[in-house]
Design a protein. Structure first.
Length: 86
């Protein structure tokens, strides 16, 4: 149950979970990231759309290496587990 870089999925954080751990609203996080709330909401739903510059901002704002951030559409742990079983 690992990614190609051998970091287990369950050790990765979604953008929404990082924001919630900080106790920030979407507006607060969007402001810190230099984007609008609607843009952040879109990225939280599907972070695979992020460009490299934005990923670097995410690393700095949340103080976590990008290797530990899950970038994709399937953010529910149960969905990931189900895919791994197949």
């Amino acid at each position: 149950m690992t990614t190609k870089d051998k970091i287990p999925y369950y050790l990765k954080f979604t953008l929404a979970s990082l924001r919630i751990r900080k106790g920030w609203t979407q507006e607060e996080a969007a402001s810190k990231l230099g984007m609008g709330r609607d843009t952040l909401r879109s990225y939280e739903k599907d972070s695979s759309k992020l460009d490299y510059e934005t990923i670097e901002k995410v690393e700095k704002v949340y103080n976590i290496p990008q290797d530990y951030i899950f970038f994709g559409k399937d953010t529910a742990f149960s969905v990931i587990l189900e895919k791994e079983k197949k």
